[in-house]
Design a protein around this ligand. Structure first.
Ligand code: EPZ
Length: 421
């Protein structure tokens, strides 16, 4: 078992470059199933989740190989329409093959994704929307059986909630349906916009990227594409939060600042100095950290994936702040671990009250999920003494070279094998 050991108190400074967004790249890999031929996806992070998705689409017949940060996907022969339980249970994002399989083969059999540490992660909006496109859906024995033997037809779908995953599955299914599909209350995240650009590159006809109303004119075939994944705004935000915690200055390259607008505004409100370039952001802090309230919302609201990192920042602010988590129903799991380091956090439903403390103290903690784990590492950067973060497979599945990048910025941090202890 591996852990991350970090000793606090070191200033961070320098530059770091983020790679393509995990939460776009995984979906582009699924979308590649729509086009017979060889698709190239560049700027793809080298993380475990990408390896799992490679296995998922490989199991469907795609041939995937990595060349540094590019994935070459030959989707000429897609012979299977089943994403088995052992794959989906490893990564719930595998559900995203539903739409492209229906578009390519008119059939899909996908294991139901489980919940995870941040909530139930339902897929009712995916399934209701697909049914409106004419897909027949049954479920049993832990699987979803979806079929559109006569093809799919366009529809107007109004999402109860701007679900990222539901928008993505419905975009990919609608792109291959006959006629026009309108998705109202669609998700607007940069990763959605990236998927829409990718699909347009394959020959899809889609308008309204980045707005709540997306209009898709179905087409009958797709061609392979060569596309670079949009920079990972959450990886970038994680390093910028670390800079605000430790002082900086830290410059993050490879991200579009407007994808982090509200995060940067909140980091500035907390007392840091934020400057931006065309594809970079610099953060430094010389004065005290001020308490700032945050409420997570779908994009362009404050991203839920930055909530734990921001809580680590507020844990040592000069005062009390409130964080409201509006997207997932239980995304405060890591607050208990942060409490083991001396943070003063009170959870009341979907609100967390954070009373800033003078300092945190290093302690052994466990990563409950991807972003909570990253937040615990950030807390360790400013804690007095040494923090050991366990269960770091959560972190390594979503952050490429996380420890190396923080060490290059000056952190006293290393990966340790507990058997070596
Ligand atoms: C994506 O998850 C991301 N994951 C999440 O990032 C991110 O937090 C989330 O979008 C919101 O931005 C990937 O892209 C792989 P949703 P997704 O569908 O698509 C409810 C990370 O750390 N809902 O927008 O699952 C759902 O229960 C991960 O990188 C339904 O009720 O998010 C949740 O409460 C964590 N019914 C809320 O909507 C549905 O059919 C948001 O879910 C679908 C969703």
């Amino acid at each position: 078992m591996q852990s991350i050991r970090v000793t606090g108190g070191k200033p961070l400074s320098g530059s770091v470059t983020v790679v393509g967004a995990k939460n776009s790249g995984l979906k582009l890999m699924a979308a590649a199933l729509l086009a017979p031929g060889v698709t190239t996806i560049r700027n793809m992070p080298d993380i475990a989740d990408v390896d799992i998705m490679s296995e998922v689409i490989g199991g469907l017949g795609a041939v995937v190989r990595r060349e540094d940060h590019a994935l070459i996907i030959d989707a000429t022969h897609i012979g299977s329409y089943e994403a088995p339980y052992e794959m989906v249970s490893k990564m719930r994002a595998s559900i995203i093959v539903l739409g492209p399989l229906l578009g390519r083969l008119g059939r899909a059999r996908v294991a139901m994704p489980g919940g995870c540490n941040i909530g139930s992660r339902k897929i009712d909006l995916h399934l209701r929307g697909l049914a409106q496109l004419g897909v027949e859906i049954t479920s049993g024995h832990g699987y979803i059986e979806a079929s559109a033997p006569y093809g799919m037809h366009g529809a107007t779908i109004v999402l109860d909630f701007p679900s990222v995953g539901a928008t993505e599955n419905l975009l990919m299914a609608g792109a291959a349906a006959q006629g026009t599909t309108i998705i109202e209350n669609a998700a607007r995240e940069p990763e959605i916009q990236d998927l829409i650009q990718f699909l347009i590159g394959m020959g899809a006809r889609i308008e309204g990227a980045g707005t709540s109303t997306v209009i898709v004119e179905g087409v009958s075939s797709f061609t392979p594409v060569d596309h670079a994944v949009v920079g990972d705004r959450i990886e970038a935000g994680t390093f910028l939060a670390a800079a605000a915690l430790c002082g900086g200055p830290v410059t993050v390259h490879g991200v579009e600042p407007e994808h982090l607008e509200l995060v940067l505004a909140k980091i500035a409100a907390a007392g840091a100095e934020v400057t931006t370039g065309p594809n970079s952001v610099t953060v430094r802090r010389t004065g005290p950290l001020r308490p700032v309230d945050v409420a997570t919302l779908p994009y362009p609201g404050f991203p839920t994936d930055m909530q734990p990192q921001f809580m680590a920042l507020m844990a040592v602010a000069d005062g009390t702040s409130v964080i409201t988590e509006n997207v997932f129903e239980s995304r405060f799991m890591f607050a208990d671990e942060l409490g083991r380091m001396g943070a003063d956090v009170t959870i009341e439903g979907h609100r967390a009250l954070i009373r800033g403390v003078a300092g945190l103290s290093g302690a052994p903690v466990k990563s409950p999920d991807l972003r909570g784990g990253a937040a615990l590492v950030l807390a360790g950067l400013v804690a007095d003494g040494t923090t050991t973060v366990g269960d770091i497979h959560h972190i390594l599945r979503g952050y490429e070279a996380f420890v190396d990048k923080l060490a290059a910025l000056g952190a006293d941090i290393s990966l340790i094998d507990e058997d070596d202890e």
